[in-house]
Write a protein that binds this ligand. Structure first.
Ligand code: PMV
Length: 348
């Protein structure tokens, strides 16, 4: 039975990839597996209001509000998301929806909100699906939430659970799949407990290249097959590191992955440089500080100029002193976000 009317509120976080997903094939399937830290503070909160229609509609009926304002320019993205998922959630055309969504991070911060936004919406829809199909197991619920999120934005599949998730099939990772992400299925070394991610907002401008254009540029890219092989190797390497707690090796694989992602963009046609001079200044400062102090600080990057500064919780005070005294000058308006490893989507 379809419930008549109601409202569901969920929150879902962003995530930061350690081994990067860059390159996809239809429909939103990754060319290589990826691993990420689920974040804690950078989140989307979404309320889904639903009202059953008298008759099944021809099209999807929804209104969208972002931070309290109607958002017509987000509608096509939701429209194509609904289109993609409708065969898996056949109740969509039986309802009129109002989607109210907001982010805990500033919207023009250059932080991608597609992972948190798409996973929050998928998670709300799954809560409705659970009311319709109460026999669904928790395991099935989580799996399908990640599956639907993936159809919204690939990396969104990794936001449903935490603290570390893997998306993409790999023969050395139990239960891994291209269709959805799974929680890292092995014991995580205590060195990674409460791992910190301070996000330096180096450049808050619009992305020069959308991630779908970026993924497409990996087709016919001169280095793509080597890159996919490397990512597969790095998954095994990082899997061992996450279990052994070797932070020197962690630094090596994570920084190499970040630079490789940008190297792929610099060597595609058309080519892009998404780092800014301040991105490089921050990287050099981090390297100097590490050399001088023996800190286990390192960086990673998304498809943009902002820098994610990663470090163990045990170093929090001294690294924050360093960030405030040496790195904040490179941030636009001195802005940064203190985040850390988190646990995934939840019902509010
Ligand atoms: O989920 P998308 O299509 O926006 O792709 C995101 C790709 C990167 O953020 C650059 C890397 C990743 O694995 O998250």
């Amino acid at each position: 039975v379809l419930p008549n009317k109601g409202s569901i509120s969920c929150t879902s976080p962003s995530n930061i990839a350690l081994v990067k997903y860059w390159g996809k094939r239809p429909v939103q399937l990754p060319e290589n597996p990826s691993i990420s830290f689920t974040l804690d503070t950078c989140k989307t909160e979404t309320t889904l209001k639903y009202e059953k229609l008298e008759n099944v509609s021809e099209d999807f009926q929804f209104e969208l509000f972002f931070e309290g304002e109607p958002k017509p320019d987000f509608k096509p993205k939701i429209q194509s998301f609904f289109q993609r998922i409708s065969e898996y959630v056949p109740f969509l055309k039986h309802y009129k929806f109002v989607i109210e969504t907001s982010n805990t991070f500033p919207h023009s911060s250059g932080i991608a909100s597609s992972a948190s936004g798409m996973s929050a919406l998928a998670y709300c829809l799954m809560q409705l699906e659970k009311q319709i199909n109460p026999k669904m197991s928790d395991k099935e619920f989580i799996k399908k939430s990640s599956f639907l999120s993936r159809l919204g934005s690939g990396s969104a599949s990794r936001s449903i659970e935490g603290p570390i998730t893997i998306w993409g099939e790999h023969n050395e990772v139990e239960g891994s799949s291209d269709a959805y992400a799974v929680r890292f299925p092995y014991d995580i070394h205590p060195n990674f407990a409460d791992y910190q991610d301070t996000i330096l907002l180096v450049d808050k401008g619009e992305k020069q290249v959308s991630s779908s254009v970026g993924h497409d540029l990996m087709h016919g890219h001169p280095f793509s097959s080597e890159r996919f092989k490397q990512a597969n190797k790095n998954i095994i390497w990082l899997k061992d590191i996450l279990m052994s707690g070797d932070l020197d090796e962690f630094i090596e694989v994570v920084e190499s992955e970040a630079l490789t992602l940008h190297a792929m963009m610099m060597t595609s046609l058309p080519y892009f440089i998404l780092m800014k001079p301040n991105t490089l200044a921050v990287i050099n400062k981090i390297w100097e500080y590490r050399k001088e102090t023996g800190s286990k600080i390192c960086f990673t990057l998304d498809a943009g100029a902002n820098v994610h500064v990663l470090y163990p919780n045990s170093e929090k005070d001294r690294v924050m002193d360093f960030i405030k005294s040496e790195l904040v000058v490179y941030c636009q308006k001195g802005q940064y976000i203190c985040d850390k490893i988190g646990l995934g989507a939840k019902l509010l």
